[in-house]
Structures are given as C-alpha cells and as structure tokens.
Design a protein around this ligand. Sequence first.
Ligand SMILES: *[C@@H]1O[C@H](CO)[C@@H](O)[C@H](O)[C@H]1NC(C)=O
Ligand SMILES: *[C@@H]1O[C@H](CO)[C@@H](O)[C@H](O)[C@H]1NC(C)=O
Ligand SMILES: *[C@@H]1O[C@H](CO)[C@@H](O)[C@H](O)[C@H]1NC(C)=O
Ligand SMILES: *[C@@H]1O[C@H](CO)[C@@H](O)[C@H](O)[C@H]1NC(C)=O
Ligand SMILES: *[C@@H]1O[C@H](CO)[C@@H](O)[C@H](O)[C@H]1NC(C)=O
Ligand SMILES: *[C@@H]1O[C@H](CO)[C@@H](O)[C@H](O)[C@H]1NC(C)=O
Length: 725
Amino acid sequence: MELCKCVFLCFSEKLLVLTVATEETDGFHRFMKSASYFNYTVKVLGMGEAWKGGDVGRSIGGGQKVRLLKEAMEALADQEDLVVLSVDSYDLIFAGGPEEILRKFQQANHKVLFAAEGLIWPDKRLADKYPSIRSGKRYLNSGGIIGYAPYINRVVSQWNLHDNDDDQLFYTKIYLDPLQRETLNMTLDHKCQIFQNLNGAVDEVLLKFGTGRVRVRNTVYDSLPVVVHGNGNTKMYLNYLANYVPNAWTYENGCSLCDDDIVDLSQLKVSYPNVLVGVFIEQPTPFLPEFFQRLLTLDYPKDKLNLFIHNNEVYHEKHIQKFWEENRNVFGSFKVVGPEENLSQGEARNMGMYYIRWLAVCEMLLSFICSDGITISPFCLLLPYRKIIGPLVTRHSKLWSNFWGALSLDGYYARSEDYVDIVQRKRVGVWNIPYMAHVYLVKGSVLRNELKERNYFVLEKLDPDMAFCRNSREMTSHREKDSPSPESFHMLRPPKGVFMYITNRHDFGRLISTANYNISHYNNDLWQIFENPVSVHRSLSDRVFVLQPCPDVFWFPVFSEKACDEIVGEMEHYGSWSGGRHEDKRISGGYETVPTDDIHMKQIGFDKEWLHFIREFISPVTLKVFSGYYTKGYAVMNFVVKYTPERQAYLRPHHDSSTFTINIALNNKDRDFEGGGCRFHRYNCSISSPRKGWSFMHPGRLTHLHEGLPTTNGTRYIAVSFIDP
Ligand SMILES: *[C@@H]1O[C@H](CO)[C@@H](O)[C@H](O)[C@H]1NC(C)=O
Ligand SMILES: *[C@@H]1O[C@H](CO)[C@@H](O)[C@H](O)[C@H]1NC(C)=O
Ligand SMILES: *[C@@H]1O[C@H](CO)[C@@H](O)[C@H](O)[C@H]1NC(C)=O
Ligand SMILES: *[C@@H]1O[C@H](CO)[C@@H](O)[C@H](O)[C@H]1NC(C)=O
Ligand SMILES: *[C@@H]1O[C@H](CO)[C@@H](O)[C@H](O)[C@H]1NC(C)=O
Ligand SMILES: *[C@@H]1O[C@H](CO)[C@@H](O)[C@H](O)[C@H]1NC(C)=O
C-alpha cells in the first residue's frame, strides 16, 4: 500500500502540463475542467497576449506556441525527473489521469514522444523522409508532446523563427533528422496510447462507458488514449465526446455538470436579469394567440421582459394588435416590426440582436422563431447560465427536434449516435451540439463581445439559424471562401467557437408544425387536427371520465370552451342554415323525415377532420363503454344543429340512423339559452342541463327513442354524428 501511494505521488509530482492559450475560450474552460478533474498541474502560457500565430484555414502558423514553450522551458531545463506534457487546449480534453500518462510514457521507453496522425501536414513532400513503420500512425502532430524536461528544452531551444511560422513543420524537421532523432531519443505515439488525434480517425474511436467514468477507445489499436484532440475539422466530434468524457454524463450518475453555473433566480429577486424576448413570425403560424398567452404565464417578472416581435404576416396583425392592446404596459418594453418593413428573416433577427444593444442593461436574448408551441414557464428559471443554450423541443411523437447532434462534412445534418436517446430523454443533461433552432437563450455579454459583428444571422444562403450557429461555432473574422480540404484544416489557431448547448433536463414542450397551415378558413386552428394533433388535443379536455345519466346514455367531456366557440363561430360565419325543411338536397333521397336546422361539416370542408376526431377521440370511449363493440368510426351525417325559439326550438321523438350517436353541447345553458336538453322515452329519462363541451353517446336505432326538448330563449348549438349507420 505504502509503495503504491508513493509511486502515485511521485508520478503526479513529476508531470507538468504546459499549454498555450491567449484567450479563455469555452474550449479552454473545458480543457481546464478536465485537467482539474484528474488533478493535473497545469501552467498556462501566453494568456492575454495578442495572438500572432496565424489564422485558421490554409495558412500555417503556431510558432508563437513554440516561442512561449521555449521561454518556459529555460527555467525547467535542468529538472531531470520532470516530465513535461505540452498540449493544445482549445480543442483538447483529458480522458485519464497523470499517473496513467506517466506509466504509458515510461513504457514507450523514449525521452520525447510526439502525438501521431495519419495525415501529413504541412509539407507533404516530407513523407518519404519519415521512418517506415509496420503499423500505426506515421506522421507527427505537434498538438501533443511529452518528454523529460531537459530533452524538451533541447528541442524547443532550437526555435529561432517567427511567431507566424509553423510549429508543426519545426518539430517535424527535428524529428526527421536521423541524428537528432537518436540523440534526443524521440519517437511518435503511433498507436494512440497517449494521444488521440481525431482528424482522419473519427471512425476509429468509440465511447467506452465505465463505472462513473467514460473513456474514448481506439478500436484499431485497442487503446484507451489519455489526451483527446479535436484537431482539423473534428471540433464538433470532440464536443460530442466531451459531452461524456471524462465524467460529464454516465449511466450511473447522469449529468454531472448540469448544475454548474446555474443561475438561481430565486436568489435574485431584486435584480432579475433583463431579457429581450424576440418573437419572429415569418409565416402563418397556428395557435399564435395561445403562444402569446403563454408568454404572459412565464414565471418571470414581466417588467424585466422586453418584447421584440417581428411579424411578416398580414394575417397575424390582428392577433398582435389584440395582444399589444391588452398587454403593452405589462412588459418592460414592447416593440413590433410589421410586414410593411419587408425584412428578410435574417435581417429581422439582426435587428433583434441590434435592439438588445440599445437596451444597455439587457442580460439575455430569448429568441423564439415563429412562435412555437413551447411550454416556457419553467424555462428561464431552470436554464444553466451558458452563453448560448436552448431547451429541447420536439414534434409530437416524432424524432424531429430543434437541434442536430452532429454535422456532416459539408456542414449539414448528420445524426449523432446519441440523438435519439436525447430526443426521447433517455439521456438527460446539457449537451454541447453544433446546431439548434427555433428557441434559444443567448447571454447579452456574448452579443456585445464575441458576437458583436452586426450581421450575425446572414451568411451565404444559409437560413438564419444555420447562419447564427455557424457564426457562433467558427467565430473567426476571415473565412476561406471555398471549404478547405480536411488536411489543410490543421488549425493552428483553433477558432474560439462559442459552445452551444441544448438541455433536455425538463420537458420543455412541443414544436408546432407550420407546414400546411391553411389560413383561408375562419378559425384556421380547427383544421390543425392532422398537422398538430397534440395542440388540438390540448384544446380538447384531456381526461375522459364518463357519466351515465340515463341507461346506456354516456356523458363525457370532449371539447374545450375555445373549440366549442370556434366550431359555432365557423358555422355562423358560413351562415347557410338549412331551415329544418324535409326536402334536403344534401342527403341521398333528398328527404329528411326528422329535419333539424343545421349545417353539415362537409359544407364547411371539415368532414375529414371531423372523422379523424371521431376515430382518435370518440372510438376509445366507445370501446370503453360498449365493450366488445369495435366502431368503424364511420359517419355520413355530421352536423351542427341550431335551436332557437324563432326558428326551430325542439325536435320531435325519433330514432337515429346510426349504431350509436354522439351529441356535443357547444354552448352554455342559462347563459346562452334557456330550456333545451334531451329526453329518452323508453327510460322516461331526461337530461335537462347539458354541459358545454360534453358529449352524449347513446345507441341510435332501436332502444333510444329520444327528443330534443324545446329551447325557450336564446340559441342553443349542438354537434351531432350518426356513427356506423
Ligand atoms: C483529485 O484530488 C482530490 C483531492 O486530493 C481527490 O479527492 C480526487 O480523487 C482526485 N481525483 C482523481 C481523479 O484522482
Ligand atoms: C531511448 O532511451 C531509452 C532509455 O530511456 C533507451 O532504453 C533506448 O534504447 C533509447 N532509444 C534510442 C533509440 O536511443
Ligand atoms: C421586399 O423585398 C424583396 C427582397 O428584398 C423585394 O424583392 C420586394 O420587391 C420587396 N417588396 C416590397 C413591397 O417592397
Ligand atoms: C385551403 O382551404 C380552402 C378552403 O377549404 C381550399 O379551397 C384550399 O384548396 C386550401 N388550400 C390548400 C393549399 O390546401
Ligand atoms: C316519468 O318520470 C316523471 C318524473 O321523473 C314522472 O312524473 C312520470 O310519472 C314518469 N312517467 C312514466 C310513464 O313513468
Ligand atoms: C330571454 O333572454 C334575454 C337575455 O338573456 C332576457 O332579457 C329575456 O327576458 C329572456 N326572455 C324570456 C322570455 O325569458
């Protein structure tokens, strides 16, 4: 035991990590977090210095890193027992601890060990000069170097070039010199024992879940690398791995970093951050009034919420006008930019971003695109305070969501291995991802600093969210026009990308589909039963519980107030009531023995939707109350009846031509009308107080002779279907 302890301590005392970072990027913080998790001793070189080491893309550079290392090594040159590990930090994490590195370094039996990769950079002509190897990665990568201090010093002390000269070329030349290779006892980590460069090797690595710890396994060399480097264009893949490694998410403990940096707003009662809520309505959008109502229910001081609404649709001006009139004084501020401005989506978004700078005290931008159906109440309170973070929202029972787990090489959608688990909330946490849309929160200070470039939502032909995400990820001022080939992506200066997170720690709600939203009806949301079933369902009463007021007459809630009002409104808008005559061209035979004053669903183009409603919401009740009977959910006669003393007040006793009938009250007794109700003769049983939104269900043909009792005042509306005629 004693010996082990000593060995462990001795090892950890002997390793010093040196890294160059001129800025504290998100990637740098992630690196430092993984280092401190394993108790590495890290010395950061160059912090705050201006970067002169060149830019990303095709240029070479990185010499500044060698110069800084050279300066630091001068003081360490004579420490023979000290092992120095020099690594990049913006795009690199540790997957194991210092003792493991030291053990593997000693097993390598060399004085200096460089990381290796399969791609040669920056000078392909040097390929022949590399010693041949039987297997493994052949070429040097300077993102990771480990060696005894005096030897590292002898390598870097040879540096006499400029800050923007290439560091990798410098090391490569030393390594390729056979004499130096021998005297300095140098080799490469060909089989990824310590260093895993991901460039060109993404297919070789997998996550390996252990107890409370996650590693990266290289499946080609069957190794567990300790240093994982997202070099080249593998930054997004490193972000994915780092969502797990070393312990960010495990099967045993779930998310271990989720509560880091969380703002406990309850502690902030006096000084809630100001939030600019950007709402971007770029196309006709179902359920917009409901969306606005949800804004009002946000659990957040309304005077700290500043509304910026961009509306591109004349159709929605009435909704916004109404909301504005009722609530303009509720919010800290309220600005609307209408369709007359003729802004593109990207311009509108830029304007919102710009607006946040006017509001000097604004801390956050909460951006909703086209008013999705999101339950946002707990949202602000529960989000950790990351620079950019969005809640996971999905489409009802679909795998469609507002984020991408991975990017294809050309920058479009790719599915990550964990995408489905995250969408289905089998893995819950806060995930660093490359793309999100529809709803997210951006820290105000980021907008004023990292994202201070004005034109953030416009980039090439990308949609505004794609542009925003790419700009945030890449965050470099000079972009190459054509996409460089993977090897030329050797990033000497990794982009100081801002990490974007999605959280699925709570069920934040659903996305509404705006596709196929036909706004040529009067109440268009009624027609959303196919496209947005959940939203329609929400407007139906959720719990079905069933009463039986008369024998085999079942009574249960189906519609919300709003759904009832919209159906009545739709019918009155159509207006051609039949007048209750026996002659009726709408039905086969042209004659109705027991006519009502009605409008058929078909007449307003609502028959398909209505049958869908019967199948989805009525059939399950049928099965419950008439067990053993499986309804086809088929009906020809679907209509709304209007009873009023001035026209038709009642309906004489009759049977229905149906296996069973539903009869839904669409308005309120004693408020909208007096009298009314239904009487079943065989049982001498009346129901005289129909409830708005509730349906009766009773057999049609044989047992349930019934009549509609007189409406004595006002107007009564019911919706009726003869099912399985
Ligand atoms: C790091 O050090 C702390 C305190 O000494 C210790 O509790 C912890 O287990 C160490 N972490 C690792 C990964 O060894
Ligand atoms: C490198 O150094 C080790 C001892 O640290 C020695 O065993 C090995 O032979 C040396 N290799 C070369 C190529 O000089
Ligand atoms: C709106 O902007 C588009 C594109 O910028 C332009 O083609 C169109 O003519 C503009 N419409 C009006 C009414 O100004
Ligand atoms: C929208 O509804 C109207 C009226 O029902 C119909 O005439 C029209 O074809 C529909 N449009 C689309 C695109 O479905
Ligand atoms: C029907 O019920 C009413 C009271 O509910 C009662 O007064 C009447 O006598 C009953 N009629 C028959 C035929 O049973
Ligand atoms: C009918 O209802 C209206 C309004 O609710 C009321 O003013 C009127 O007195 C009622 N008429 C009768 C006959 O009850």
